[in-house]
Design a protein around this ligand. Structure first.
Ligand code: UDX
Length: 445
């Protein structure tokens, strides 16, 4: 971690969600004085007790260190948050509205409240919340009324590696019409020694959307290739490897599977597609990316149905609820779609996740959950792997086989070695892999 080399500044972070809390704790670690506000009283009380509102590796240690050094404090009071503010970051949630665009009410409310609390105090307002050429509009009225400088600073933090992503970013993007304000915000990031792109607000917002849309496109692309691989008998893992060795393409985000989830990729692609349509454009590629992603879930359930000769009253264990490992976040997780699809077909579902069970119970209060994979798989007719947790990657196959009713594994993340699984007496369904079980599936079950 690089040492902060410029004078400590007073930073206010509005929002103690994933982005807000990580950014606040990291700026505090760089030596700045950060006050982090959230209107959720329980969340702030929890943080005062050292309890994190979500799971992120390294987060707890960083927050506790920041609090102990006095560089990081928490509040629910806008007055307190405003009294020394030089930089105000707005990092509040922008959930998707039913039509597909982000709901900017939180952003507007946070902006209005901080401006009122600032009174005559000058501070730079920085938007970290995501919205396609919309966040700026949401805050523009404030900018016009009180003429505070406004800077867009999209975040590129991945859950699970958010601290590293902050401290070692590929780039920092800053968008504003106010060059001086942009440069001042840039000075906060300079100690990180990474490229800083200065642009206008709308372009900064589009960088974020274009990046997430591109990552999602890579995933849907490889998933489409995977389906072709299955049909022709090729192995998508080698195809991805071969593609990735071309440095123009790169190996990242070419893992075929049950598709992308999370709080960003699905929401951002939907929002961008919707926004494009609103502006009269026809976003064919973005729509296809979403359609392929939804199809990945349906296809996997369909293959299990075909293998079992129906799903009604069949017991299916879903291994993995989080949208990816090292997080308890289940927003838009593939597992949620799998549960809905299986419930519709009247399968009996048991779900299992090392950390995301509580989150899942909030969405599906009656969902049967286990934290132990073998208990979940007891008497199951099929196991579907939906998240690539290490404990599933290293699962004891003979033990799993001994507890299951029917030895069928649908590996939605391609984390198991097909030959090894089959050698242990399972029927194995991977994504984009030669389907050697196809002929003997109906015989084996
Ligand atoms: C993403 C972006 O990567 C980050 O830059 C942005 O700021 C926030 O959104 P995150 O949502 O944490 O980060 O998850 P990410 O690691 O990008 O994974 C998204 C989803 O894609 C996961 O469900 C993951 O399992 C899936 N995925 C990823 C694949 O299915 N295949 C891959 O090859 C890579």
């Amino acid at each position: 971690m690089k040492k902060h080399t410029t004078a400590p500044r007073h930073i206010t972070m509005i929002g103690a969600g994933h982005v807000g809390l990580v950014t606040a704790a990291c700026f505090a670690a760089l030596g700045h004085n950060v006050i982090c506000l959230d209107t959720d009283d329980e969340r702030i009380k929890g943080l005062h007790r050292g309890e994190m509102p979500f799971y992120e590796p390294g987060m707890s240690e960083l927050v506790l260190k920041g609090c102990a050094s006095g560089h990081l404090t928490f509040t629910t009071s806008y007055e307190e948050a405003a009294c020394e503010a030089e930089f105000v970051f707005i990092a509040v949630a922008t959930p998707t509205t039913p039509v597909g665009l982000p709901d900017l009410r939180n952003v507007r409310a946070a902006g209005a409240a901080i401006v009122q609390a600032l009174g005559s105090r000058r501070a730079i307002i920085i938007s970290k919340s995501t919205g396609p050429v919309g966040i700026s509009q949401a805050l523009e009225s404030l900018h016009e009324t009180v003429s505070l400088p406004l800077v867009g600073n999209p975040e590129f933090l991945r859950e699970g590696t958010a601290i590293k992503d902050f401290m070692e970013p590929d780039r920092v993007v800053l968008g504003s019409d106010d060059t001086e304000a942009s440069r001042a915000v840039g000075s906060l990031y300079e100690p990180l020694g990474k490229p800083i792109l200065y642009t206008d607000m709308k372009s900064a917002e589009m960088v974020k959307y274009a990046c997430n849309a591109f990552l999602a496109t890579k995933i849907s692309f490889i998933n489409e290739i995977a389906e072709i691989c299955e049909r022709v008998g090729a192995d998508v893992r080698d195809v991805a490897k071969g593609m990735g060795l071309d440095f123009r393409i790169g190996r990242h985000f070419l893992n075929a599977g049950v598709g992308f989830g999370g709080s960003c990729l699905p929401k951002d692609v939907r929002a961008l597609a919707y926004l494009a349509a609103v502006y009269g454009s026809h976003p064919q590629l973005l729509n296809a990316v979403l359609e392929i992603n939804a199809e990945q879930r349906r296809r996997l359930v369909g293959r299990v149905r075909d293998a079992l000769g129906g799903l009604r009253n069949k017991k299916v264990a879903i291994l993995g609820l989080a949208f990816k490992p090292d997080t308890d976040d289940i927003r838009d997780a593939p597992a949620l779609d799998l549960i809905n699809l299986l419930e519709y077909e009247e399968a009996e579902i048991v779900a299992c996740d090392p950390v995301a069970v509580d989150a899942a119970r909030k969405v599906f209060p009656r969902l049967n959950c286990e934290t132990d994979a073998y208990r979940a798989a007891e008497q199951a007719d099929a196991v579907i792997i939906a998240t690539e947790w290490d404990e599933f990657r290293n699962i004891d196959l003979p033990k799993l086989r001994s507890v299951m009713h029917t030895p069928l594994i649908a590996d939605g993340r391609n984390i198991l070695e097909p030959a090894v699984v089959r050698a242990n007496g399972f029927v194995y369904l991977g994504v984009g892999l030669p389907d050697e079980d196809k002929l003997r599936t109906s015989v084996a079950i």
